[in-house]
Design a protein around this ligand. Structure first.
Ligand SMILES: CCCC(=O)OP(=O)(O)O
Length: 300
């Protein structure tokens, strides 16, 4: 599903409520306004009431103002905790990071008493529309897990498969990226990839087809895979790219956005509710797509 279609799908859930932590941010409020304009979402904005009362009318059309509630929080930490508590208490089905450091919101998310942990690994899943590439493609994990071990990679894959299903890819093809297509004992990513592929063949990783190690070119290009003689049901057709570590993921994410001018929507999956957690420099449009992705994932 292309990102624009995701917005159409999100309009099936006009009442889905989003708790925004520290909403006093122009790009966040522009995304909120665009979501309301598109016809989805109710928003509870936690933050400095005096600032929000001034900013909201500047961004949000009068006709949509009854879809927004402002709740005062004295600090960004308090805003993060209040927003997380609202999701924990089921007053909202999606959490959104506003103008608050990632570490602050994640601390609230991981709170033992009212946080959003399920016991599963939390992981970042980004859905891209890349110009001149016909299919949408998911990338994981560009932001959360620094150097995932084999078990963490299993959960990262399962989180991404759930997100893929939410956007209409029912049995995704998962490519495990490395620098080469063969198992090399000096490259741990290739050994994990081989183990994960076998786990998939033996039914330990369900609802998807997993293959690797694959280099990026043969994961996404049939011509490259054919040229290199790679026999694989995933090569050239990957729906999900699993990177070996956060550096690879973050560089791939930002290369797609800045070099390729890709559009992106991204969430943290694996928690009790999806979390919209974009790069600080991401556009309002990306935040809008991320909201749509989160609402679709919350209602899958
Ligand atoms: C890819 C999203 C996470 C990230 O890198 O965020 P910042 O650019 O805000 O550091």
């Amino acid at each position: 599903m292309k990102l624009q279609s995701l917005i159409t799908k999100a309009t099936q859930f006009p009442e889905a409520t989003v708790a925004v932590a520290a909403a006093e941010d122009t790009e966040v409020l522009r995304a909120v306004a665009q979501a309301l304009q598109a016809g989805f979402g109710r928003f509870v904005l936690y933050g400095d009431e005096s600032v929000l009362s001034r900013l909201v009318p500047e961004h949000v059309h009068d006709v949509h103002r009854d879809h927004i509630r402002i709740v005062h929080a004295s600090t960004k930490e308090e805003a993060a905790h209040m927003a997380v508590k609202a999701v924990h208490g089921k007053e909202a089905s999606v959490l959104m990071k506003g103008n608050v450091p990632t570490a602050t919101i994640l601390k609230a998310v991981l709170n033992k008493e009212y946080g959003l942990r399920t016991g599963n690994v939390l992981s970042h899943v980004a859905l891209f529309d890349v110009p001149h590439y016909e299919r949408p493609i998911l990338v994981t994990d560009a932001a959360m897990n620094i150097a995932p071990d084999l078990q963490q990679k299993v959960e990262i894959i399962m989180n991404a498969v759930q997100v893929a299903k939410a956007v209409g890819i029912s049995h995704p093809k998962v490519a495990l990226l490395a620098a080469v297509e063969v198992v090399n004992p000096a490259m741990p990513a290739t050994i994990d990839a081989a183990a994960l592929s076998l786990m998939n063949q033996r039914g330990q990783l369900k609802d998807c087809v997993v293959d690797g190690p694959l280099a990026l070119d043969n994961a996404i290009s049939v011509e490259s895979a054919q040229h290199k003689g790679i026999q694989s049901s995933v090569a050239g057709q990957a729906d999900i790219l699993v990177v070996p570590n956060i550096e690879t993921g973050n560089v791939l994410y930002k290369s797609l956005v800045y070099f390729a001018r890709a559009q992106v929507g991204a969430i943290i999956a694996g928690a009790k509710a999806p979390i919209v957690l974009t790069s600080r420099a991401d556009s309002a449009e990306s935040k809008l797509y991320s909201l749509a992705l989160a609402i679709c994932a919350a209602n899958k």
